[in-house]
Design a binder for this molecule. Structure first.
Ligand SMILES: [Zn+2]
Length: 335
């Protein structure tokens, strides 16, 4: 079985605040200062736009021992949040391999939240990504959201809120986190990670700066270029889908699927006539050249196929065969 990319750490420390989260941070800081933080917060983020970062920032704000400069980043409270060792902070993620947050985890969380805070202040929980809560876990969580213990802050980080029951959504205040413009993302990546070809990384991963900050930039660009080249070739009937699928299914498959999905969505956007996006990001070399081959319907079918395979990666499917079938559908005639 090919190695999986582990889920990104929910609280990866990044010293440089993302500039595009400024107004959300100001809103939350004001609510906290006024004692008006809700019990349930839904951090609805564009993929890789900073939901986890904002959740961690708010936890630091709540636990910081220097209220005047909170979060100061220097006190014990801030330090414990940064190192994920704060006794009153619980971060819930899918258990390894399962890709789901299970009911036992929610039961443990509810029991923990019912206890008095060690530091006599808030109890904070971050559930991320919350769209991996399975049905039973979501139902169990609803009970806690309906009758939250006092001074409890539950943050749910999601990219697809529609996967959560409406009953959960209605009990959370929603914070919308949009992806930054390309130049803003690049400026932040340079400030926090140093000089790399971030434009090429974002061409590969999509507008997901937080994701880009966690990867080996050069390796991603290389994989991205290879995937693009191969897909271009496939749309003209070139290449060898069997050999490609066999090789890709063994190395970096999740990243390659993300590249394929991004390649397809770029074309869908271009077909939709929304090409201002391309002018801005300078992705002109990837503009569709084979409109007659892949029309809108086929593009959407392919995106569905790729997403289906992504969500089935933890099941015992034959990845090579599934990928081969997708690659074949890029070719003229789509055999
Ligand atoms: Zn502090």
């Amino acid at each position: 079985m090919a190695k999986e990319t582990p889920p990104a750490a929910p609280v990866a420390a990044t010293a440089v605040a993302p500039s595009w989260l400024g107004s959300e941070m100001a809103t939350l800081a004001a609510a906290h200062k006024a004692g008006r933080l809700p019990h349930g917060l839904l951090m609805h983020e564009a993929p890789g736009a900073g939901g986890d970062w904002l959740a961690k920032w708010l936890a630091s704000l709540v636990f910081c021992q220097n209220p005047a400069q909170a979060p100061c980043g220097k006190c014990q409270g801030c330090h414990r949040v940064a190192t994920a060792q704060h006794p009153d902070l619980v971060v819930l993620q899918p258990i390894e391999e399962s890709r789901q947050i299970r009911i036992e985890q929610i039961r443990e969380l509810s029991a923990e939240l019912a206890l008095t805070a060690h530091q006599g202040s808030y109890k904070v929980a971050v559930i991320t990504p919350a769209d991996t809560l399975n049905r039973f876990a979501a139902n169990a969580l609803l009970k806690t959201l309906e009758e939250p213990p006092a001074r409890t802050l539950l943050m749910l980080v999601v990219t697809q809120p529609s996967r959560l029951p409406a009953t959960i959504l209605s009990r959370c205040q929603r914070i919308r986190i949009r992806a930054p413009a390309r130049q803003e993302a690049i400026a932040w990546l340079e400030a926090s990670r140093g000089a790399e070809d971030w434009n090429a990384v974002l061409d590969t991963l999509g507008e997901a700066p937080m994701l880009a900050a966690d990867v080996d930039a050069k390796a991603v660009v290389q994989v991205g270029q290879e995937v693009r080249r191969t897909l271009e070739e496939a749309t003209t009937g070139g290449g060898d889908p069997v050999a490609t699928a066999e090789r890709w299914s063994r190395t970096e498959l999740p990243l390659r699927l993300r590249c394929i999905e991004n390649w397809l969505t770029e074309r869908i956007r271009a077909h939709s006539g929304n090409d201002a996006f391309f002018t801005k990001v300078g992705a002109a070399p990837y503009l569709p050249r084979h409109d007659a081959v892949l029309n809108m319907g086929h593009l959407f079918e392919l995106v569905d196929g790729v997403r289906e395979l992504k969500s089935a990666l933890d099941t015992p499917i034959n990845r090579g065969l599934a990928l081969e079938s997708i690659l074949r559908r890029f070719a003229p005639g789509r055999g």
